[in-house]
Design a protein around this ligand. Structure first.
Ligand code: TYM
Length: 334
């Protein structure tokens, strides 16, 4: 008998336009994984609610994230693609898992502390229990691999803790999920100004979005942070320069990367030339995704069909896990 395919889950919040961090941290893996694994990918609209988006933009962003995933190469016939809020089983598992999560550990999560710092007037319970909902997303399908960027590592560690606690208390149900990336390390794409990571809502002028026009891409890359170049042969690259090389490796031909890498090591790199080349390769990379996503995003009939089909498949798997969780906990009466 053929070996069962490993289960993969990952989600993206519907809080804005997708950017290169989302693409290279998550979506690029999704596209390869869909050929090998049993994949569940979703739009995390409940997670988006923690920051109180207005309803019209939340709704539009759900269509947008779906369209951008499909335009990037995700095939809804190969994966189960759905919207989180279409799966009520996730909300129930979230409730059950909340009993495994302690206030002290939730308060220590760096992403929670960041949000408290940025927005002290909106420290809601949904924000505090964000990692519990994320664990429910993953454990509901009993996933073992979770393709995410580096920023989600800590959340995955918490998911493993909650899974272990449940298993120890009630009996073996959940396998331990691990973050996944093709290649060695999890990816972290920095903002082009060298300050922090690319993000859907901050640093807009230094973030490359999947819907940026050709000129916007060229302008943003032109303004990317560089310096006067290395003084000594073979020196270490500052992180903002390393980031430009990372982007170049992702979108340019290998010999182009080698050319600029050698120039860096020989101390005769011209960052202006490098940025011009990177900009053209980036335009060629983003343009087809942008054009496809624009068309798909308008086609609500098509997207509704995908969403319904995905919800049906996802609920089947979710209901089976939830039934087991209830039975193990003693919530089974009939
Ligand atoms: P979100 O919506 O912030 O980001 C979606 C994915 O993109 C990755 N990412 C990055 N990777 C590299 N460099 C960056 N600058 C960068 N910015 C974002 C993220 O790591 C993520 O993989 N909590 C999640 C959504 C979520 C989820 C889940 C993920 C909800 N439930 C279950 C996996 C499994 C989030 O906010 O991602």
């Amino acid at each position: 008998m053929a070996k069962e395919k490993e289960i993969v889950v990952s989600g993206i919040r519907s809080t804005g336009i997708l950017h290169l961090g989302n693409y290279f941290g998550a979506i690029r893996n999704y596209i390869r994984m869909q050929e090998e694994f049993n994949c569940y990918f979703f739009v995390a609209d409940w997670h988006a609610l923690t920051t109180h988006p207005d309803p019209t933009s939340l709704r539009g962003n759900v269509y947008r994230v779906l369209a951008e995933n499909i335009a990037s190469g995700l095939d809804p016939e190969k994966v189960t693609l759905y919207v989180q809020s279409d799966i009520p089983e996730i909300a129930e598992l979230y409730l059950l898992l909340n009993m495994m999560a302690y206030k002290g550990e939730l308060e220590k999560v760096p992403t929670f502390k960041d949000k408290v710092r940025q927005n002290p007037d909106n420290v809601n319970a949904g924000l505090l229990t964000y990692p519990v909902l994320m664990s429910a997303d993953i454990l509901i399908h009993r996933a073992v691999k979770v393709p995410v960027g580096k920023d989600q590592e800590q959340h995955l560690e918490m998911s493993r803790n909650f899974a272990q606690r449940f298993n120890n208390r009630y009996g073996e149900l959940f396998p331990e999920p691990y973050p996944f990336n093709y290649g060695d390390d999890l990816v972290r794409i920095m903002s082009l100004d060298g300050n922090g990571k690319m993000s859907k809502s901050e640093n807009e002028n230094s973030t490359l979005y999947l819907n940026d026009s050709d000129d916007a891409i060229r302008n943003k890359i032109k303004k990317a942070k560089t310096d006067s170049g290395p003084q000594e042969a073979n020196s270490a690259k500052p992180d903002y320069i390393e980031n430009l090389f990372t982007l170049m490796k992702l979108v340019s031909a290998p010999d182009t990367v080698q050319f600029f890498d050698a120039a860096f090591n020989n101390c005769n790199i011209r960052y202006g030339d490098m940025k011009k080349q990177l900009a053209e390769d980036m335009v060629n990379f983003i343009r087809p995704i942008r054009e496809k996503a624009e068309a798909i995003q308008q086609d609500h009939e098509y997207l509704h069909r995908i969403m319904r089909q995905g919800a049906e498949k996802s609920r089947e798997s979710a209901a089976a896990t939830l039934k087991e969780a209830r039975r193990l906990m003693g919530i089974n009466f009939y």
